[in-house]
Ligand binder design. Sequence first.
Ligand code: HEM
Length: 164
Amino acid sequence: MAAAAVCHPPCPPSAVGKRCSAMVLGGRQAEPGVGRGRQAGAGRAGYRGVNTVRLILLYLHLVGFALLLGGSIAQYVSGRLKINLAMLWGALIVVVTGLGLAAPLRGGGDREPDPAKLVVKAVLGLAIGAMVFFSRKREAVNRGHFLAIIALTLVNAAVAVFWR
Ligand code: HEM
């Protein structure tokens, strides 16, 4: 049975029912170049490769997020406010993979995240990275410093999820 086709993001009313470049077929977003002959086939293979890279980066980004937030909260509840290795690696991983994810990997145009969102995420991510990296050798940091790392991490995840 043919998959139902809907547009994502929604098309203007005049385009409803017509084939567009951003169709989702059976819940899967159509790839640029679908259905336009042999050259389009090559474009589709390239897009699939780039999309795989994006998904691997996103996966590693989420691993970094888990290390940073999990490491901070575990350390906080232990009562000793020291930057641990999980926080250090987590901060490094989110910044490196985040900068990779900010590259145009989604086929361009409206598919890419808002540049303003990327700037906000980069500024917050670099601030967190600096707060973790430059205090990594201290036996203990201020409670405010430690709580700010946790709060900014949660804010940056909220920016990623809610700013669409
Ligand atoms: C502590 C720092 C960070 C945290 C906690 C964080 C958190 C997250 C989370 C949870 C997601 C998944 C959102 C989703 O798939 O719905 C995400 C996606 C993303 N993050 Fe980060 N991130 C951080 C740093 C960065 C940095 C420094 C950049 C660089 C600009 C960045 C760029 C991105 C991009 C481009 C995406 C994909 C967004 C999309 O496709 O709409 N992130 N981030």
